[in-house]
Write a protein that binds this ligand. Structure first.
Ligand SMILES: N[C@@H](CCC(=O)N[C@@H](CS)C(=O)NCC(=O)O)C(=O)O
Length: 460
C-alpha cells in the first residue's frame, strides 16, 4: 500500500469515529504499527487536518477536512501537456492514442483555468525529422514488454541485408531516429538497430535467456567508458626519423579530445584513430558542459571539436587534423614537401570554401551573382565544380597517399551527401569510398555509434 493510500485510509477511519479513539485502536484498524500511526497523524496534521489529541489519550478529527485532490501547478500542467504532445507525435499510433487519452482524462478533472492552460497551443511539438519505418514501433515495444526474442530483417548503412535473431533490451527515441538496443545472436554481441532500417520484424515465442534488466546492465558495461580509449593502442611506433622533430615532452603529453558524437568532432575522431595514439575522450553536451567556464577556457566559442595536447590547445576541425598530422609524423598523415602545396590548398579549401558554401546553400541562402565576388567561395556551384574537376581520376586529394586532407574532405563529402547539403556526384562517391572504409574510419564509426547511444541513454 502506498503512503498516500495509507493516509487516506487513516482519514477514513478517523471520520468513522466521532469520539476520541486511542492510537492502539487506530493502528490496529489501519493495520500499521503505533510508530507509523504517530508519524501519519503528524503528516495529516501538517497537511491541515485538524486532529485533536495526543499519544495515550486518543484522537478525534474535526469535520471539514478533505485531502486535496491530485493537483498540478500551471507549469506542471504545461510540462505534462508538452510531454504528452511529444509522445502523441513522435512515437507510434497506439502510444500516441494513449497519450491523447491521458490528456483527455487529466483535462476532465482540472479546474477551468488549468484546463485552458493544458489545451492551449502556446507550445507546440513539431513532427521532427521523420524517417519512414516499415515496422510498427508498437511491435518492438511489445517484444520489450513481453521479454521475447525478435527476428529481424535489417539493412545496415552500407545496404547489406541480414536476417538476425535479437534479444531486445531498450528502445531509444532520438531527434531523428529510434534505436533498438539488442543482443544479436548473429554477431554474438550487443548491437544498435535503427528502427527505420528494420525491414521486417516478428516476435518469436522464445523468451529472453536472461531478464531484460540484466541485459541492460550488461549492455551499459559494454559502452565506452566516459572517456578513454587509452588501452586500445600500442603506444610506440618509433623508428621513424621524423619523430625527432618533436620534443619528447610534447610527444608523450596527454592528448585530450573534446567532442560530441553528433558533431564535426567525428572528423577528429577518425583522425585520432588514424594517428593511433592514446587519447582521452570527453563528451560534452551542446547546451551544458560545452558552455561551462571550464570548457570555454579551452574553446571560447563553446563549440566542439577541440583537443588539448600537453599545453597546446587546438580548435577547428581542419586545424586539429593538420596539427595532429604534424605532431605525430610517424602516422604518415602529412605528405612530403613537394605535395604540401596541394595538401594545404585543399585543407583550406574544405574549411573556408566547401564548408560555408554548403552550409549556406542548405539553408537556402546563396550569394546573388553580383555578390559572388565578395564571398571567398564565390558560389556553391563553383565550389562543387572546382572540387569535382580536381578529384576526377584521383584517389587522394594531395599527393599519392592518404593524408589528413583526405580525412577532412572525405568527412565533409560523406556527411554532406548523406544529409543533402552536397549534391551527390559520382566523382565524390568514388573518391570517398575507399577512405571511409579504412579500418580507422570504421573504428571511429563504431565508437561514435556507442557514444551516441551512451550519451543519449545517460541523458534520458
Ligand atoms: N569551425 C568549427 C565549427 C565547429 C562547430 O560548429 N561545432 C558545432 C557542432 S558540429 C558545435 O559545437 N555547436 C555548438 C554550438 O554552436 O553551440 C570547426 O570546423 O571545428
Amino acid at each position: 500500500m502506498s503512503r498516500a493510500e495509507r493516509l487516506f485510509d487513516l482519514l477514513q477511519i478517523l471520520r468513522r469515529h466521532r469520539r476520541p479513539v486511542s492510537g492502539a485502536v487506530l493502528a490496529q484498524e489501519a493495520g500499521i504499527s503505533l510508530r507509523t500511526l504517530y508519524r501519519d497523524i503528524a503528516s495529516l496534521q501538517a497537511m491541515g487536518a485538524q486532529i485533536e489529541g495526543e499519544p495515550g489519550i486518543g484522537y478525534v478529527l474535526k469535520p471539514g477536512f478533505l485531502l486535496p485532490p491530485l493537483m498540478f501547478s500551471a507549469q506542471e500542467i504545461e510540462a505534462l501537456a508538452l510531454g504528452l504532445q511529444w509522445v502523441g507525435r513522435r512515437t507510434d499510433e497506439d502510444m500516441g492514442q494513449a497519450a491523447r487519452n491521458v490528456m483527455a482524462k487529466v483535462a476532465a478533472v482540472l479546474p477551468a483555468d488549468l484546463r485552458e492552460r493544458m489545451e492551449d497551443d502556446a507550445m507546440v511539438v513539431g513532427h521532427g525529422w521523420e524517417r519512414p519505418q516499415a515496422v510498427d514501433l508498437a511491435l518492438l515495444r511489445r517484444a520489450l514488454n513481453e521479454g521475447r526474442k525478435l527476428s529481424l530483417a535489417y539493412t545496415d548503412e552500407k545496404g547489406a541485408r541480414t536476417e538476425r535473431i535479437v534479444w531486445p533490451v531498450s528502445l531509444g527515441f532520438f531527434e531523428s531516429t529510434r534505436v533498438l538496443v539488442a543482443w544479436c545472436e548473429l554477431r554474438d554481441g550487443f548491437r544498435h538497430f535503427r528502427a527505420d532500417r528494420i525491414e521486417a520484424a516478428e516476435i518469436l515465442p522464445e523468451r529472453l535467456p536472461r531478464p531484460r534488466r540484466q541485459l541492460m546492465k550488461e549492455w551499459r558495461q559494454t559502452l565506452l567508458p566516459e572517456s578513454d580509449s587509452t588501452m586500445r593502442y600500442h603506444i610506440s611506433r618509433s623508428g621513424n626519423t621524423r619523430e625527432t622533430r618533436m620534443s619528447t615532452d610534447t610527444k608523450s603529453a596527454d592528448l585530450v579530445f573534446y567532442t560530441n558524437p553528433q558533431s564535426r568532432g567525428n572528423i577528429v575522431h577518425w583522425m585520432l584513430e588514424e594517428i593511433g595514439r592514446p587519447y582521452t575522450l570527453k563528451v560534452l553536451d551542446f547546451t551544458t558542459t560545452m558552455k561551462a567556464p571550464e570548457y570555454l577556457a579551452v574553446n571560447p566559442m563553446g563549440k566542439v571539436p577541440a583537443i588539448r595536447h600537453g599545453e597546446t590547445i587546438v580548435t577547428e576541425a581542419a586545424a586539429i587534423c593538420t596539427y595532429l598530422a604534424d605532431a605525430f609524423p610517424e602516422a604518415n598523415l602529412a605528405p612530403e614537401p613537394r605535395h604540401r602545396g596541394d595538401y594545404y590548398r585543399w585543407l583550406f579549401f574544405t574549411a573556408s570554401c566547401l564548408e560555408p558554401a554548403t552550409s549556406n546553400h542548405v539553408i537556402g541562402w546563396d550569394p546573388s551573382p553580383d555578390m559572388e565576388m565578395r564571398f571567398g567561395y564565390g558560389s556553391y556551384a563553383r565550389v562543387l565544380d572546382t572540387l569535382s574537376a580536381w578529384l576526377e581520376g584521383r584517389t587522394f586529394v594531395a599527393g599519392d597517399r592518404f593524408t589528413a586532407a583526405d580525412v577532412l574532405l572525405a568527412s565533409h563529402l560523406q556527411w554532406g551527401m548523406m544529409t543533402g547539403m552536397i549534391e551527390k556526384r559520382r566523382v565524390f562517391e568514388a573518391y570517398i569510398e575507399p577512405h571511409v572504409n579504412r579500418p580507422a574510419a570504421k573504428r571511429a564509426d563504431e565508437q561514435i555509434e556507442k557514444l551516441t547511444a551512451q550519451h543519449a541513454w545517460k541523458a534520458a
